[in-house]
Design a protein around this ligand. Sequence first.
Ligand code: KG4
Ligand code: ZN
Length: 339
Amino acid sequence: MKVLGIESSCDETGVALYDTERGLLGHAVHTQVAMHEAYGGVVPELASRDHIRRLIPLLENVLAQAHCGRGEIDAIAYTAGPGLAGALLVGASFAEALAMALDVPALPVHHLEGHLLSPLLADEAPAYPFIALLVSGGHTQLMRVTRVGDYQLLGESLDDAAGEAFDKTAKLLGLGYPGGPALAKLAEAGTPGRFKLPRPMLNSGDLSFSFSGLKTAVLTAARTRNLSEADKADLAAEFQEAVTEVLTAKAVAACRQHRLSSLVVAGGVGANRRLRQGMDAALAKIGGRVYYPALELCTDNGAMIAYCGAQRLLQSAAAQGSGAFAVRPRWPLAELSLG
Ligand code: KG4
Ligand code: ZN
């Protein structure tokens, strides 16, 4: 079965074709970073309009990579939420219209479920059940994943998500948008420990997170002195260290509490090299192992949506193109169940 995946929830347009027998046949992403850069963040209306422009060329590109014609598509999965309402509607209406034209089922997919299952696209995939740490721009959540569609929320951020904290801190240090990768790059030139930042909720005894105080601590450090380039690099390194330490400690605690040794780390912040080092070392200490998606599949893409849609279709034949659809800009992952 060949499933086309469409992702358009924020500032990346992603299209991919996943075959349940042969794996990923093709995938392409267009990032809108250059377009939003001048504004210092994502402008929703510009994002929607750009998704419209990109979808058909990306589809042609993916079909060419896969050596497939449109007639070979068996189903279309698309991100129906959470995300920017207008951006979601572009992908949803494109997917539903194409499905209707091809007379194949269309399937709404939860964006975070896509991230959550993305490590299963790798050659060495974890077996169920496992603990998943979702670290994206909008969410920081620890979940117990029993099987596709069965997710138990164990803890989440009470304020900013880790990615959001990376982005806001980067802005404070005068780095551009998107801040996460820029801050990570700056951190490579710095030394953690020279500045002391808090490890919020490290010893809270639960699996909740809080990252907004960390950003404020960076702001305070920046206000009390004129930061040199070397100071900024050291602050960035300490910030990255603090986030890594907290995320790692809570992920290990979740594994211990649930007696599970497989941990999945997914979402944009999962691309962070220091975080990956920290997680690998911590899981190795408890005899566990960390599974990540390929680096290019950490941030938003169509492959994770196609894969997620395919898994759902394999589990239930419920998806039918009805011609009616809706998107959910706010959509808690824990509300998901198998249809
Ligand atoms: O998963 P994602 O692409 O989008 C959402 O679903 O939100 O994650 C984007 C987030 C942004 O906050 C971005 O700054 C962060 O992931 N990010 C990183 C890195 N690459 C992306 N944060 C830290 N280090 C990175 N290397
Ligand atoms: Zn995402």
